[in-house]
Design a protein around this ligand. Structure first.
Ligand code: SF4
Length: 180
């Protein structure tokens, strides 16, 4: 009986409309896919490193892969392997213990690749600035191509930043360890 009532309610309810952020993110996702294909010949793959985050930024990033945002339809994926990644996306305060992990991840990525700091903590340490455990943002670890502020930034804000980066920037320089 309960299941019948539940099913009747679920089926009679109209589908949830997309929120404004999801609608904007979808349109940005389509443009990002096109920009990635122009620049790299394929959609973008992201290697994400949480370098001392509260997980608020991660929730917003993971939302891009859920059924509402569904940005995988534009080829935007998070890859577990840095060797398959075009973008190193860093969240969190840049805890000093994460310096080596971030450096090794970047060194394992093929060029060209971009480094993006997402969230106020990754931009400059945020409210945790001054702690001896905090390096003070991703730029304390390695050169950063893009800073996306917000606590946390929404998926559309992240997508907008990535689109601006891929469309506007010339191909990034080779990683210093690969020069000479
Ligand atoms: S920017 Fe805000 S949401 Fe993101 S890790 Fe820092 S405190 Fe958490």
């Amino acid at each position: 009986m309960v299941w019948k009532t539940l099913a009747r309610h679920l089926l009679s309810r109209p589908p949830s409309p997309l929120g404004p952020d999801a609608a904007l993110a979808k349109s940005l996702g389509a443009r990002l896919e096109a920009a990635g294909r122009r620049r790299l010949g394929r959609a973008l793959a992201i290697r994400h490193v949480a370098a001392g985050s509260c997980n608020g930024c991660e929730l917003e990033l993971r939302a891009t892969q859920n059924l509402i945002y569904d940005l995988t339809q534009y080829g935007l994926t998070f890859t577990p392997s840095p060797r398959h990644a075009d973008i190193l996306l860093i969240t969190g305060v840049a805890g000093v213990n994460m310096r080596e992990a971030v450096a090794q991840t970047r060194a394992a990525m093929p060029d060209p690749a971009w480094v993006v700091a997402v969230g106020d903590c990754a931009v400059d340490g945020g409210v945790f600035t001054g702690s001896p455990a905090v390096a003070g943002g991703a730029a304390a670890f390695l050169p950063v191509d893009l800073l996306i502020a917000g606590c946390p930034p929404s998926p559309a804000q992240v997508l907008g930043g990535l689109l601006a980066l891929v469309e506007a920037q010339s191909p990034p320089l080779a990683h210093p360890s690969r020069l000479g």
